[in-house]
Design a protein around this ligand. Structure first.
Ligand code: FES
Length: 218
């Protein structure tokens, strides 16, 4: 039926039906919103679990921070082991100095930036000596240049090298030319500002050394 305004109106039962449909649609909408919220909450929980799990110390993280044991029984005089398996992700150099080198390191050297190892950040107290080590003949250093972290190369022999005609043995960093002596002490006027770090360590026998522990922390 049509009214005078020309707008057709649906029959009353259809109007009632449309109200019911709207009610149902509203209920469905509430249901969908509720369901989405539940799924969303589950997603948040699902996402949170690995996130929280990443806070827990994993076996890998514990292993990375764990002391490293190094067998030095095959280390020959004048040579270097390493880089050995890393300790805390850092390469470790273990070198065996010749008797001549042990003596040479005792001589004051004006060529060095910090010959007395006065920076306590660079070595434990036990290594504040001419060799920067527990045993004069065995040197143990973190093998990362103190300039930008390249790994210096070991040139153990006393002989002229392309980078130094008066070379007495030590480490040369090819990245920007920093040089260190056989105790890891940095030469003056090179980019590296500090001596090579000495890690904490202790000998458990003549030929086995534990990196990451010293007599005070073991
Ligand atoms: S990183 Fe060694 S000299 Fe720059």
């Amino acid at each position: 039926m049509s009214h005078g305004d020309g707008i057709a109106q649906p029959p009353a039962e259809q109007l009632a039906g449309s109200i019911d449909t709207g009610s149902i649609n509203k209920q469905r909408r509430y249901f969908l919103i509720g369901a989405t919220a539940v799924v969303g909450a589950a997603g948040v929980v699902g996402a949170a679990v690995p996130f929280v799990a990443s806070w827990s110390p994993s076996a890998k993280a514990r292993a990375l921070g764990a002391p490293a044991t190094i067998d030095i029984s095959k280390l020959q005089t004048g040579e270097m082991l390493g880089p050995t398996p890393a300790w805390r992700g850092q390469p470790i150099f273990v070198l065996s100095r010749t008797p001549e080198s042990v003596e040479t390191l005792k001589v004051a050297n004006d060529n060095l930036a910090d010959p007395e190892s006065t920076n306590p950040e660079q070595q434990p107290a036990f290594a504040q000596n001419a060799w920067r080590s527990l045993r004069p003949e065995i040197g143990i250093y973190v093998g990362l240049c103190t300039h930008l972290g390249c790994s210096p190369k070991y040139y153990g022999k006393v002989q002229p090298e392309p980078f130094d005609p008066d070379w007495k043995g030590g480490f040369f960093c090819p990245c920007h030319g920093s040089r260190f002596d056989l105790a890891g002490r940095v030469v003056k006027s090179v980019p590296a500002p500090d001596n090579l770090p000495v890690p904490p360590y202790r000998f458990v026998s003549d030929t086995v050394v534990v990196i990451g522990e010293d007599e005070e922390t073991a």
